[in-house]
Ligand binder design. Structure first.
Ligand SMILES: [Zn+2]
Length: 379
C-alpha cells in the first residue's frame, strides 16, 4: 500500500505494536487507534496530566511523548490521516477528498521594537556599550542617541531592531503576509517588553503595518496565560489602538509571550477575549509538531468537554529554538537552513502550514537576514 508518510514505521500512541493494515473479507482493520491518538496529541492531554514545567512554567519538549519517542519532528496526526485515507481509498476507490494547499506563515513577536528607544537610560548605555565592545560599532553612540532622542514619532531607520519595513518587503516579494504580535500591557517587568502601545512610534508602526496590508496581533504579556480577564483587557486595548490608527481586520489572533501556555486555561482565555486564533503551540526548547499536526484546528476544551470556536495554529519553529545555544544550538547557518527547510517540506507534504516565528530583533545583521530570506524563498 502506498501511504504518504514521513517514514514507513509509524509511531503508535494507542494501538498494537506492529501496525499492519489487513484486508480481510472486504474490511480493513487498522491496528492504530487513530482517533484516540489524534485526540491525545491535538488536545495536549499529556500537558494536563504531567507536572513537568520549566523556569517559565512551560511544559518542556523533553517531557512530551513525541520527544521521548522521537517523533516530535513528524506531523504524526497528519500521517495517521494519510493512513486512514489510504484504507478508505482501498475500500472505496472512487472516494475524493478536498485538496489542501500548503502555505508558509511568518509571524513576529514584537518584544523589542527598538534597540535604544525604550526603557531606562541605564539600559540604553548598556546597549550602546554592548555594540562597541562586542561588535566594534563605535557609530552606535550617534545612531543610538539619534534613535532614542531624535525621532520620538517613529522608530529610527538606523535602529538595528527596526526591521519591520524589511520584513514586510520580504513578505510582499514572497506572497506572504507577516503577522506582528504586540504587547499591550505589563504584568511582570523583568520579562515584559519596555514599550507602550500608546508610544507615538509604536502607534505609527501599527498604522504602517495596517496600511501595507500585513497583520497586527496580540502578544499577551508575561503571566497572562493564567489570567483570562487580563488577556481580554489587553486584547481590547490593542484593538482600540489599532482602530484609532485605521487598522481594520476581520481576523484577530496572536501568540503568548515566552510561549507560556496552560492547556486548561489559555485557549479559553483567547476565546473569551474574542480572538479567532492562537499560535502558541510549539515548544520553546525543541522545534517540530507539538500538537502532531501542520494544520490549523478547532480547539477542544478538555474540562468543559466541548469544542471552542478558537482555532489553534501550531507554531512549527521559532528562530531561537533552532539557533540559540540555550536550545537546539544549530549554529552553522547552512545546517540551520537545512533544518528549517526539512520542517517546511514536512508541512508542505501534507498541505499544511509551515508557521515560523522570527523576532524583528533577530535580524540585525546580514547573516541572519540571509538565513531568513533563504528559508522563506525556498518554500
Ligand atoms: Zn515575546
Amino acid at each position: 500500500m502506498d501511504i504518504n508518510v514521513i517514514a514507513p514505521e509509524l509511531p503508535v500512541i494507542y494501538g498494537d505494536d506492529k501496525p499492519q493494515a489487513n484486508l480481510e473479507k472486504g474490511c480493513v482493520r487498522i491496528p492504530i487507534d487513530i482517533f484516540g491518538s489524534a485526540f491525545f496529541m491535538l488536545t495536549r492531554y499529556e500537558e494536563v496530566i504531567k507536572n513537568d514545567r520549566d523556569e517559565h512554567d512551560r511544559f518542556p519538549a523533553w517531557a512530551s511523548l513525541a520527544y521521548q519517542e522521537k517523533f516530535l519532528e513528524r506531523p504524526i496526526v497528519d500521517e495517521y490521516v494519510e493512513l486512514l485515507w489510504s484504507v478508505i481509498k482501498q475500500l472505496w476507490p472512487h472516494a475524493e477528498r478536498k485538496q489542501r494547499i500548503a502555505s508558509i506563515r511568518v509571524s513576529h513577536d514584537v518584544d523589542r521594537p527598538s534597540r535604544y528607544t525604550f526603557g531606562t537610560f541605564r539600559r540604553f548605555v548598556r546597549s550602546v556599550a554592548g555594540d562597541i565592545v562586542k561588535r566594534r560599532q563605535f557609530s552606535s553612540i550617534i545612531w543610538g542617541a539619534q534613535a532614542r532622542y531624535g525621532t520620538p514619532h517613529c522608530l529610527h531607520p538606523n535602529d538595528p531592531f527596526n526591521t519591520f519595513e524589511w520584513l514586510m518587503d520580504v513578505s510582499d516579494k514572497n506572497n506572504m503576509r507577516s503577522a506582528f504580535y504586540f504587547i499591550a500591557g505589563k504584568t511582570y517587568p523583568p520579562h515584559d517588553p519596555l514599550y507602550n502601545l500608546d508610544d507615538p512610534a509604536i502607534r505609527k508602526l501599527i498604522r504602517d503595518i495596517g496600511k501595507r496590508g500585513h497583520e497586527v496581533g496580540l502578544h499577551p504579556s508575561y503571566n497572562t496565560y493564567q489570567n483570562p480577564e487580563l488577556l481580554a483587557r489587553q486584547a481590547a486595548y490593542l484593538r482600540r489602538v489599532a482602530a484609532e490608527e485605521g487598522v481594520e481586520q476581520i481576523v484577530w489572533g496572536g501568540r503568548m509571550h515566552y510561549l507560556q501556555w496552560r492547556t486548561e486555561v489559555t485557549p479559553n482565555a483567547w476565546e473569551r477575549a474574542g480572538m479567532a486564533y492562537d499560535s502558541t503551540l510549539g515548544f520553546a526548547d525543541y522545534a517540530g509538531f507539538r500538537s502532531g499536526t501542520s494544520h490549523d484546528y478547532r480547539w477542544f476544551d478538555l474540562r468543559a468537554r466541548r469544542e471552542l470556536i478558537l482555532i489553534e495554529r501550531p507554531l512549527i519553529a521559532m528562530e531561537a529554538t533552532v539557533i540559540s545555544k540555550k536550545y537546539m544550538g544549530v549554529a552553522d547557518p547552512e545546517l540551520a537552513i537545512e533544518y528549517f527547510q526539512m520542517l517546511g517540506e514536512r508541512c508542505q507534504r501534507f498541505g499544511g502550514s509551515f508557521s515560523m516565528l522570527w523576532h524583528n530583533s533577530e535580524l540585525y545583521d546580514n547573516k541572519n537576514r540571509e538565513l531568513y530570506q533563504k528559508i522563506v524563498e525556498k518554500f
